[in-house]
Design a protein around this ligand. Structure first.
Ligand code: SF4
Ligand code: SF4
Length: 441
């Protein structure tokens, strides 16, 4: 089977703006005087604080405990003194508690550095190390990785896919991480294969990242059962169902996870974090973030200590070269627009995009001209124009019958619509209303 030029039905090849930051090597980011470590940086239950005001902490020390099954602990990213535990607003717009630490600048480590042979570890030991290190999906989802590494009775995992598609325009943090740490990507894949007893591993990378493809191909040249799968550059190639279909030709049925058909997927930066956790004993307290966009002065890929305020990350890039029109955390298609720059960095932050006024300007909305473009490109095979109409008119049953809940909220329909109709926004709202109705039943 050829592992070149792989793709899926639908989607759209848009200008990717990767050229702004894709040649910027990873740089150490700002040294914050104060960090705010959110106790809820993942899907699942928030952590409970393990420290209180006045406690002295070290880098990598666990400061938030995950009690629930679906949760992940958090760790100090600097050494210093806990000033307080306070409520903050995250970059995703919700409120959570955060541990505020004053950095003493000593950078003292609070964990034991290792260099272990992962092949000697059992699945339980691997899962336990990944959980203790607080590893979550770094592609933006934030689902606890230790939970994804567990196989369930009756499931047989055949393939692990490491998702290096990074299909959102502008973002380059996965790309530069794969170029810098290709061996860790491959080792992360092998660790996941060992934990899940999977025979085969694929590392899927879009063809707009030739250096990452070469680096990872070299890293797995002598590794049996792990191969690079080269994907056509097309949005949303990084969506779990799309990448599984493109690489394995398997279709994940509606309402189930990939594990039901023998496939599990981890993001490329998550694979690196798995290696750091299992082999080197390093908790997830820092991550690579792309600082990019038309209005940023110096685009960069920076390694950021979690809890660093957004404003310090922007200042580290010399701020704005023109008045910004919009600041987005995440990709431009699925990221979150920011209303302030005070929120701290979190595990799921892949990039910060500063658009100028012209790029950020909302375009005037006009009536649907029934061109069918949104239907043609929908990767799920939905009819976004009708789903929007059902949502706007409160026809929720009709929307459900037409599979609105299958929408992956990729935003491609809104992007291609010549009438600039806010299709995905209406669909998201329709889904919210349906969920609320279901809860009330
Ligand atoms: S946002 Fe939903 S409806 Fe629109 S293209 Fe993506 S999956 Fe299809
Ligand atoms: S792309 Fe826009 S104008 Fe064309 S059919 Fe869809 S909603 Fe209507």
């Amino acid at each position: 089977m050829s592992l070149e030029n792989l793709s899926f039905k639908g989607g759209y090849h848009m200008h990717d703006f990767k050229e702004i930051a894709n040649n910027c090597p990873i740089e150490e980011g700002p040294v914050p005087a104060i960090v705010e470590i959110a106790l809820h940086q993942h899907i699942g239950a928030p952590c409970l604080p393990l420290v209180e005001k006045g406690d002295v902490v070290k880098v990598g020390q666990k400061i938030g405990e995950a009690k629930a099954t679906i949760s992940a602990p958090v760790h100090a990213s600097v050494s210093g003194t806990v000033l307080e535990i306070k409520e903050i607003t995250t970059v995703a717009g919700f409120k959570t508690k955060a541990v505020v630490i004053e950095n003493d600048g000593r950078n003292e480590l609070g964990y034991e550095e290792k260099n272990d042979d992962y092949t000697l570890l059992s699945a339980e030991e691997i899962i336990s190390r990944v959980r203790e290190a607080g590893v979550v999906g770094l592609g933006g989802a934030g689902f606890p990785t230790s939970v994804k590494l567990q196989t369930h009775p009756g499931e047989k995992i055949e393939e692990i896919i490491i998702n290096g598609a990074e299909c959102e325009p502008f973002l380059t943090s996965d790309q530069v991480s794969m170029e810098t740490y290709p061996e860790k990507v491959v080792t992360g894949c092998l660790i996941a294969m060992q934990a899940m007893e999977a025979a085969k591993g694929y590392i899927g990378i879009e063809d707009n990242k030739p250096n990452a493809i070469d680096a990872v191909k070299n890293a797995c040249a002598n590794v049996p059962n792990v191969e690079v799968a080269v994907l056509k550059t097309k949005y949303p190639q990084g969506d779990q169902k799309r990448i599984v279909q493109a690489i394995t030709n398997k279709v994940i049925p509606s309402g189930v996870h990939g594990t039901a058909i023998g496939v599990q997927v981890f993001n490329a930066s998550t694979a690196i974090a798995i290696t750091d956790a299992v082999v080197y004993g390093k908790p997830l307290y820092e991550k690579v973030v792309t600082m990019t966009g038309s209005a940023i002065t110096l685009p960069k890929n920076i390694r950021v200590k979690l809890g660093t305020p957004l404003i310090e990350m922007l200042e580290f890039c010399n701020g704005f070269k023109e008045e910004p029109g919009k600041i987005i955390v995440g990709g431009p298609m699925m990221g979150e627009s920011q209303f302030s720059v005070v929120s701290p960095s979190v595990k799921t932050m892949g990039g910060v995009i500063v658009l100028n006024k012209e790029q950020a300007q909302e375009k005037p909305v006009s009536p649907c001209i029934k061109c069918g473009k949104c239907v043609h490109i929908c990767p799920v095979g939905l009819e976004p124009l009708f789903l929007q109409s059902y949502s706007l008119n409160g026809l929720l049953e009709e929307a459900e019958k037409n599979h609105i809940m299958e929408c992956i909220e990729c935003g491609t329909c809104s992007y291609v619509c010549p009438a600039n109709r806010p299709l995905v926004e209406s669909i998201k709202n329709g889904k919210r209303l349906i969920r609320a109705t279901q809860k009330a039943r």
